[in-house]
Design a protein around this ligand. Structure first.
Ligand code: PDD
Length: 285
């Protein structure tokens, strides 16, 4: 069955989902995006995703393409039209179509595109065995807190990781891990202590990160928000990543060195279980 896409107010078959070659998202990566989880046909933490979208738009002085209510209505319709039970909903806003010029158009009209991917998220073979990571220099720009579609550097890093025979990359700047190619990175340093990089311009403030840290605190874990090195990760008892698409995903090897016993550890498994359980109760829109 062909998917239905949302393009600037219309629900259209995939083959007809098109925007202009003069769209600034295509010419300048002048666009931002969000990825929301769909579980049991419902959007998870969508309010937080839309709040981050509003922040990204504000930081780039880009006009919102529609009201939140209109976006949410379209999101629900798209999930329903595509019959998504588990998967992802991608939403992209660009500064729209204008003749090519580095300066913004005088009267920009933002474009809004949405599509879904059906994917099994809860029963994941990767989560059962854990993923292997290599480190790479972080070659991205200085405002990674804005969720832009400038994804070439992380895409190259992910491709290089896969060509190296592993699953993903952690990016390193000034000797410290920033984050994964499309996720936030964590280590478990000693009994019930979790360390992850502090928020700032260097990383994306993950919606999953906020939820997982909240549950971790409520479950009695100590949270240290401080950047760590690859060596610290290799010496940790566990490591994991979080994102809307992977939830809490164990990392079992970093640059060829096994983490702990080289299998998903109990803290990571507990957090993944709590995250999925509570996500089902957090359908907020
Ligand atoms: N990626 N850091 C980066 C660089 C990301 O691209 C993402 C999300 C995250 C985690 O954010 P969240 O918990 O809000 O999903 C951290 C999405 C899933 C993607 O691009 O597919």
């Amino acid at each position: 069955m062909s998917r239905t896409f949302y393009v600037n107010g219309d629900f259209v078959p995939e083959a007809d989902a098109k925007i202009s070659v003069l769209d600034r998202g295509f010419l300048f990566a002048d666009a931002v995006y969000e990825v929301s989880t769909v579980l049991d046909g419902k959007l998870i933490d969508n309010k937080a995703h839309l709040a981050r979208l509003a922040r990204s738009l504000g930081e780039l002085k880009m006009a919102p393409p529609a009201t939140d209510d209109a976006i949410v209505e379209a999101q629900h319709k798209l999930v329903e039209l595509n019959g998504v039970d588990q998967g992802l909903l991608y939403l992209q806003v660009s500064r729209g179509e204008a003749d090519r010029d580095f300066a913004f158009p005088s009267k920009p009209v933002s474009s809004l595109v949405m599509f879904t991917q059906t994917r099994k998220l809860t029963d994941s073979p990767a989560a059962e065995r854990g993923i292997r990571i290599v480190s790479m220099p972080d070659q991205r720009w200085g405002r990674r807190d804005i969720k832009t579609v400038q994804l070439l550097a992380p895409s190259l890093a992910k491709q290089a990781a896969m060509e190296a025979g592993v699953d993903d990359a952690w990016m390193v700047e000034e000797g410290k891990v920033t984050e994964g190619t499309s996720n936030n990175a964590y280590i478990v340093t000693s009994d019930r202590t979790i360390q992850t990089r502090h928020l700032g311009n260097e990383i994306l403030a993950g919606i999953t990160r906020a939820a997982v840290l909240k549950f971790a605190r409520e479950s009695g874990f100590t949270i240290v928000e401080q950047a760590f090195t690859i060596e610290q990760a290799q010496a940790a008892s566990e490591a994991f990543v979080t994102s809307a698409s992977s939830f809490v995903m164990p990392v079992v090897e970093v640059d060829g060195i096994k983490i702990g016993d080289g299998v998903p550890g109990p803290v990571t498994q507990e957090l993944r279980r709590i995250y999925i359980e509570t996500a089902r109760e957090r359908q907020d829109l």
